[in-house]
Design a protein around this ligand. Structure first.
Ligand code: HEM
Length: 210
């Protein structure tokens, strides 16, 4: 089922807004994770981890889900399809894997928010988890920039499934003409036949009995 041009643009606006919004909000997450790891100011460290949890659950997770859903609409509601082009399969994989990792690693963010709610962190406390959050943010930014570039460049390359579908549709269009050609051809043929029969029955020429 393909969308009308107006609906397609509306759906594309939702897709770009959620997907690139996801990238932007992850950049904010990264800034907070770096501040939480590096800052000497206990207030900033505490504020960073409280904010990371809030931004993560209220902005980043919803945007990742929206990006996936609107991406599926763009693929299935247009002639792009979901499994015909490598760039779309790559984006689907990136989005699904990134969303799963996000949900898993948000547990670390929530744990850090709980820790700073009860204690003041010294520089080396929970170092592993704090480094982990910086690595998560940096990795996600890189991967989401790759997904954005794939979307804009749309590198050529059909999957085996896409090639089979293309070959089938070409065979169909070569082997048999569209239905309107058949209907028009049969109608014209019938008219010519009728004309010839009438001509014979009336003894040649429509004006013969004048
Ligand atoms: C990280 C996630 C994603 C990002 C950053 C992203 C970004 C974008 C952007 C910027 C465009 C607009 C390109 C243009 O109009 O030239 C686009 C289009 C598109 N995206 Fe995504 N996308 C993401 C995920 C997905 C997913 C998961 C799918 C499929 C399951 C998908 C399928 C598509 C399709 C088919 C188009 C072309 C729409 C059209 O031309 O009508 N995207 N994407």
């Amino acid at each position: 089922m393909t969308m009308t041009p107006g609906v397609r643009k509306l759906a594309l606006t939702a897709h770009i807004t959620s997907s690139v919004g996801w990238l932007g909000s992850v950049a904010g997450f990264l800034a907070l994770a770096v501040a939480g790891l590096m800052s000497q100011d206990a207030q900033i460290v505490r504020a960073s981890y409280v904010a990371i949890e809030l931004v993560g659950w209220c902005v980043i997770v919803p945007l990742s889900v929206a990006s996936l859903l609107t991406g599926l609409v763009q693929s299935l509601g247009t002639t792009w399809g979901l499994f015909r082009h490598y760039w779309i399969v790559a984006k689907l994989l990136i989005t699904v894997v990134a969303s799963i990792l996000l949900l898993v690693h948000m547990q670390v963010a929530s744990r850090m928010a709980d820790v700073v709610a009860g204690t003041t962190l010294a520089a080396g406390d929970f170092r592993g988890m704090r480094i982990q959050l910086v690595a998560d943010g940096a990795g996600a930014v890189v991967v989401l920039v790759i997904a954005t570039a794939l979307s804009v460049f749309k590198p050529q390359g059909l999957t085996p499934f896409g090639r089979r579908q293309l070959a089938e549709s070409e065979r169909e269009s070569n082997g048999s003409a569209p239905r309107w050609v058949w209907i028009a051809g049969v109608s014209v043929g019938a008219l010519v036949l009728l004309f010839v029969v009438i001509k014979h029955l009336t003894g040649g020429g429509l004006g013969a009995h004048h």
